[in-house]
Design a protein around this ligand. Structure first.
Ligand code: DQA
Length: 142
């Protein structure tokens, strides 16, 4: 069964209670259920960490195991060159990596308007709530 890594960065473990007006009231467990229903023939390996090195190590794993990635880098999106370099290793290895955001960062504070990840991602989907992940999964499984 083909595996897809669904990687989530800092504070996303608080989904459900964190700023529900921005991020909705569903948590990551609910997201996993949605994605598994969408792609029953794939293994949805959904993870979350607040740790930059841990998130990087999961991208190294994606390279080493040739596993497609849906990545919500959360706040790391805006400043982590280390994560960007790790994401570049994934796409330069020919492994797809789709950057996703629940909110539309471009409609929010100025500091959210720049992503250091987007230029090395295969594609970017933002602003559709959990459907951002579902659209990314649809693209990876089509
Ligand atoms: C986010 C947007 C980021 O700006 C923010 O830091 C997050 C979540 C999103 O999914 O909308 O933590 O990546």
């Amino acid at each position: 069964m083909a595996r897809i890594l669904v990687l989530n960065g800092p504070n996303l473990g608080r989904l459900g209670s964190r700023e529900p007006d921005v991020y909705g009231s569903q948590d990551l467990a609910a997201l996993k259920v949605l994605l598994e229903a969408d792609a029953p023939s794939h293994e949805i390996d959904l993870r979350q960490t607040d740790s930059e090195p841990e998130l990087m190590s999961w991208l190294f794993e994606a390279v080493d195991t040739n596993t497609a990635v849906i990545l919500n880098p959360a706040a790391f999106t805006h400043y982590s060159y280390a994560l960007r370099d790790a994401a570049a290793m994934v796409t330069k290895a020919g492994v797809p990596l789709i950057e996703v955001h629940i909110s539309n960062p471009h409609s929010r504070e100025e500091f959210r308007h720049n992503s250091v990840i987007s230029a090395v991602a295969t594609g970017v989907i933002a602003g559709f709530g959990f459907d951002s992940y579902r659209l990314a999964l649809a693209q990876l499984t089509r």
